[in-house]
Design a protein around this ligand. Sequence first.
Ligand code: TRP
Length: 325
Amino acid sequence: MKKRLFSGIQPSGDVHIGNYLGAIKNWVRLIERYDCFFCIVDYHAITIEYNPEEMQRRILNAAAVNIAAGLDPNQCIIFVQSHVPEHTELAWILNSVTPMGHLERMTQFKDKSKQHRENINAGLFTYPVLQAADIMLYKGEAVPVGEDQVQHIELAREIARKFNQRYGETFPDPVELLSEAPRIMGLDGKTKMSKSLGNYISLVETPESIGKKLATAVTDENRKRRADPGNPDICNLFTLHKHFSQKEQIERVNTECRTAGIGCVECKKILSENVIAVLNPIREKYESLIRDQGYLSDLLRSCAKKCKAIAENTMADVRKKMGLT
Ligand code: TRP
């Protein structure tokens, strides 16, 4: 039997190539080895200010982008957290075995309370408990996350152990699966690629727009003229070449940039073609999914149904062990 894997997807508007290389691409590889559950975490998303009118679009968008990028719904489960209300029931229960002190130590809580001073709500504080419930409801063991979420998974592990100690062996230890996520810089070459900074290429960017964005992207700033030798080691576009281009092209850019044999314009042209070739099928798939929202909604509902069956089982066991039935 395959081990169960669980991860959460924020229902956000736009996914960029940094997210793809850092997370989604890795998930796609894990689908074969694990019994995979991917959850669009709308209950988590409401802990920061948002527009209710936009939420459905954000959820469907997140589903469409991730499916288009390779989370094949025939091989894994992709569902919406609020379609399975047991997530919140288990979260409440787990609140009662979670020490306040641990939650106070969470760096994401500290960061988010600084960012959203006007809305520091209790949900933001107990966010990691809901995250633990997400995983534990399906008895998830492998949790692929980025560095920034490790603290939350460690806490989930403690919560699972605390529950087991108090009410009897119920949950396996959830363990973080850290893949080496490449640090993808933005097109300004200075800061990490991020949605809020607007320095990104979307995973569903059109070919024209990819070309335009790369044409103005910052390269090795010491290379002022075409005749100057460049240094690929510090050029952000070379990093992108390493992820999108063919081996021979990468080698060529690497050597010829140093001798000014190839200029930034040509280098960018090659990169554009390769990025377009990788993203085109993803964008096309995305567009066809987004056009057929009936299909997408049905798919999410039928995945949620499978989740619900598992969740109900877990909750029946939990309630029984806790003397609640
Ligand atoms: N908190 C995670 C993030 O911000 C998303 C998430 C919610 C999650 N529930 C999860 C990740 C369960 C892993 C497991 O990225």
